[in-house]
Write a protein that binds this ligand. Structure first.
Ligand SMILES: Cc1ncc(COP(=O)(O)O)c(C=O)c1O
Length: 389
């Protein structure tokens, strides 16, 4: 009979790779299986040792993934959700009418849309600031925010925000800091170590890494926040599927080696674009030319796998370039082993009004590359050919 996953106090210690692989391993007591099963059940008989009752409020596959994610995010607790957007919804559902959120202005398009088109109707308002401007830190307290919300690096401009500085200003204002850690990944950056209160992940991206499951997570050291997240998981029906949790846990086991390769490929790719493509600018956190390069070096262990470039072309030429790439299918997502390419203005950020989009630098000539783990010379040759067409 499946046992409740081991007590967190017996969770493995050691390096990231060791914890990612061994967290929760010691639970299938009577089969010897080294890989956990998938508990495809909606319902559990009352009185079971794990205390499970109904999968909307918990399932062994959730618990296994939650323990592993907490471990790799240096958090005491993690709660998993159906998607990154579900995780965002869970956090915002804790607010009430009249609350204000102060957020980085280059926030992910769907987060922007949730605030503008859903949460605004419930009386939650949002103020956008440019968190790369030190003056923004002085402004936080004046808004009396219930939450401060940043991403770092941001999507798609790859602005790097000083998490420790924003955390200090947020706490001085009596508020809580949420960091969307999706673009960095848990391997390269752990926001709670820099003072954040919540680290949010779309596990769909680098955690899973294989573009075959959706998921989200909220990691925290705060028990009250953990309880709020578990409540949101079941009360709002934001729970993931056991199958997706199983796939995500399998992906997490190779996150460290995948991220090493993503970082090496992306740095080489960005260096090529900067030197040879004629782009107006190339953004990558570990390029010396990145405006917040020093902060990136301080809070990230690598530059991650996303590279953004502005080729200074018309909308038609930019789309023609993107569509003629061979190894970069045009697609919304990122963080998988395969390279992908995105035109943010017409795809991920199409829901952001043009005026707001252009104000934060999401122009028609901007292209976002999710650099995969293929042979990087093939990727470079592909771009060289498409630019010459
Ligand atoms: C930074 C960021 N946060 C959250 C999300 C939402 O995640 P999901 O697509 O898993 O709902 C995304 C998706 O692209 C993202 O890029």
């Amino acid at each position: 009979m499946p046992q409740e996953p081991a007590d967190p106090s017996s969770a493995p210690t050691g390096g990231f790779e060791t914890r990612a692989i061994h967290a929760g391993r010691d639970f299938v007591s009577d089969t010897g299986a080294v890989t956990p099963p998938i508990w495809l059940t909606s319902t559990f008989e009352y009185g079971n040792p794990g205390g499970f009752d109904y999968t909307r409020s918990g399932n062994p596959n959730f618990r296994l993934l939650e323990r592993a994610l907490a471990s790799v995010e240096s958090a005491a607790h993690a709660t998993v959700f159906a998607s990154g957007v579900s995780a965002i919804t869970a956090v915002v559902s804790t607010l009430k009418a009249g609350d204000v959120v102060v957020a980085e202005e280059n926030i992910y398009g769907c987060t922007y849309r949730l605030f503008a088109q859903v949460f605004a109707k419930f009386g939650v308002s949002i103020v956008y600031l440019d968190f790369t401007d030190p003056a923004s830190l002085e402004e936080i307290a004046g808004h009396r925010p219930a939450l401060v919300w940043i991403e770092s690096p941001t999507n798609p401009n790859l602005k790097v925000i000083d998490i420790a500085a924003v955390a200090a200003a947020t706490h001085a204002a009596g508020s809580m800091l949420v960091v969307d850690n999706t673009f960095a990944s848990s391997y390269l950056q752990r926001p709670l170590e820099h003072g954040a209160d919540l680290s949010l992940l779309s596990t769909t991206k680098y955690t899973n890494g294989h573009s075959d499951a959706l998921g989200g997570a909220v990691c925290t050291n705060d028990l009250a926040w953990r309880d709020r997240m578990i409540f949101a998981q079941k009360a709002l029906g934001l729970q993931p599927s056991p199958m997706d949790c199983w796939l995500t846990l399998r992906g997490l086991k190779t996150e460290a080696v995948r991220m090493e390769r993503h970082c090496a490929n992306a740095l080489r790719f960005a260096t090529f674009l900067e030197a040879e493509s004629g782009a107006r600018f190339v953004r990558y956190p570990f390029l010396l030319s990145h405006p917040q390069h020093e902060i990136a070096r301080r809070q990230m262990a690598g530059g991650s796998g996303i590279v953004t470039a502005d080729f200074g072309r018309s909308l038609e030429d930019t789309l023609r370039f993107v569509e003629s790439l061979r190894y970069f299918p045009k697609a919304e997502s990122l963080g998988g082993i395969e390279s992908l390419c995105c035109h943010p203005a017409s795809m991920t950020h199409a829901s952001v009004p043009r005026e707001q989009r252009e104000k934060v630098g999401i122009t028609d000539s901007l292209v976002r590359f999710s650099v995969g783990i293929e042979c990087v010379e093939d990727l470079i040759e592909d771009v060289r050919t498409a630019l010459a067409l």
